[in-house]
Design a protein around this ligand. Sequence first.
Ligand SMILES: [Zn+2]
Length: 278
Amino acid sequence: MNPCNLNQLGVTRAAPWAVGHFNIHNQEFIRAVVKAAESERSPAILAVGMMSVKYMGLEPLISACRSISRETSIPVAVHLDHARDLDIVKEALELGINSVMFDGSSLDFEDNVEKTTSVVQMAHEHGATAEGEIGIVPHGTASVSQAEMTDPALAVEFAERTGVDYLAVSLGSVHGMKSAGTSLDQGLLQQLHEQVPVPLVLHGASGVIDEQITMAIKNGIRKINVNTGLKVVLKSFLSKRLTEEPESDLLEDLGQGIDAVSESVAVRMRLFGSSNRT
Ligand SMILES: [Zn+2]
């Protein structure tokens, strides 16, 4: 069945757990996530973001994700993260990606509805799922303004008009945080979960404290995006290793790096409640 789309991972709007979306940048990250999925018996999402496409190329990343995900029987989806133009969505779907996120959060509402609707149509024609975004999850700032948070009425209208399968919302988290210190607006999340007819997505989870993640799952988050936290794990592991063992074989260093990232992914799967779901 692998790779599969988000609807085939087993998580639903009513499920009391969330699936982890882990950004991958090269084969080491892909192997780390798939290894954790196997050891935890947890479904997982391999996410291809725009910085990684610039670094490795769209086709090499998608084909590595597809090929490595076929090594396991645990459900694994390959997902395009934060696409901002329709051409890359089309190209990724033609290359066999299973899910796409269109980020129209910087567009005005009608433009976001229009572009996201065409992404949903393209995705569904390919048997893929689609995620959209309402509200703004900023990059690298200290906090989220009230105006950037998701408005429940707009979120409902957006989900109904576009037909998205998943909806990313802004609750107080910020992209690119190297450590966790952020809390979320849990009251707003409860309101969104009650009103929006599709599962909700949390972006910027590396910066959110564990207790807030647990509460967010209780209040309706069903997909959690993790990127920066895993980069930090690999970088700090390798810098320590290269200092302590300067004569070691590079492949051994990278192999142990995969294990370090995999353990960090497994910890998050347990936190998200997705372990032992398959
Ligand atoms: Zn994001």
